[in-house]
Design a protein around this ligand. Structure first.
Ligand SMILES: Cc1ncc(COP(=O)(O)O)c(C=O)c1O
Length: 286
């Protein structure tokens, strides 16, 4: 049986400072962000009842909104407290948290001046993102835009238009996810996760110019350095995929996810991926 849709569940959602019954957490159809894509969101994971890197996620939500020229009416500490409350009230031991901020229905038109800012936090059970030990991904025709054309570092709803297109096109072609290049033809990221490659025992990952600088990405780089692995952030081009010995993705949702193939080129699940996957799994539950 399918899980019930996300608007038809028991529990409570934190909405603009109050806990409301899950089914009552609604917005109006003339909500500005619904029309113009300027909502911002987060995705946190709960392990053993505790949100991993909670303050980092709360801070990024605030920064994402700032990049879209609005200020949230809550501090990091207030968002952290609200998240803890909603996780506890829903008795969530393990799962996912989805904070969202958006502009309200006060005006219709491109200008958002005069809109009120709303924030909600929902928490629900959620298992593994991919069921496969190693996923098959393909190169997307969609390119990450130049930072001159988009607020690349913001987790802005509008930027996910290309991610959803890329992901669903990949799925229709029999792949689990898509790898996007950026506007300069460099490797960038997957549709909801960052990219890592192993070259000669070193861990390489694209620079952050056109991608979301993932909290998991930063955590995994730290874990790698602790293991004595050299970490290199640089521009990486598709031709280099031929000499990578391991490939994996990182993200709150996917955690550390080995990639078994990109297009038709195959990769083993190698020692560095396996080590960092284990280190990450231990850290989030520590
Ligand atoms: C496009 C994109 N890149 C990277 C990530 C990984 O970010 P994080 O590790 O902070 O979850 C995500 C997930 O939030 C994402 O949606």
């Amino acid at each position: 049986m399918n899980a019930p849709p996300l608007d038809d569940r028991d529990g409570v959602i934190w909405l603009n400072g109050k806990l409301v019954p899950w089914r009552d957490a609604k917005v109006h159809v003339l909500t500005h962000s619904l029309h113009y894509g300027n909502a911002v969101f987060e995705g946190d994971r709960v392990y053993n009842g505790k949100v991993f890197k909670l303050s980092e996620h709360s801070a990024r939500l605030i920064r994402s909104a700032k990049m879209l020229a609005y200020d949230l009416p809550y501090s990091v500490a207030e968002l952290d407290a609200a998240t803890k409350l909603v996780v506890a009230e829903n008795k969530l031991e393990s799962g996912y948290v989805r904070p969202l901020a958006w502009r309200g229905p006060e005006v219709i038109g491109v200008s958002a001046a005069g809109t009120k800012i709303h924030v909600m936090i929902a928490a629900f059970p959620w298992g593994k993102y991919f069921s496969q030990a190693a996923i098959r991904i393909c190169t997307s025709r969609w390119k990450r835009p130049s930072p001159e054309s988009s607020p690349a570092g913001s987790k802005a709803a509008g930027l996910y238009v290309i991610c959803t297109l890329a992901r669903d096109e990949a799925a229709a072609a029999g792949y689990q996810d898509a790898l996007m290049h950026d506007y300069k033809g460099r490797l960038s990221e997957a549709t909801g996760a960052n990219l890592f490659l192993v070259f000669d025992g070193e861990l390489h990952t694209p620079t952050t110019e056109t991608i979301l600088n993932g909290i998991t990405r930063q955590t995994v780089m730290e874990l790698a350095r602790k293991r004595g692995i050299t970490v290199v952030e640089r521009e990486i081009y598709p031709e280099e995929l031929a000499r990578a010995s391991e490939v994996f993705l990182t993200g709150t949702a996917v955690e550390v996810q080995p990639v078994g193939s990109i297009d038709e080129r195959e990769y083993p699940v190698g020692p560095i991926s396996t080590q960092l996957q284990a280190d990450y799994a231990a850290l989030v539950r520590a």
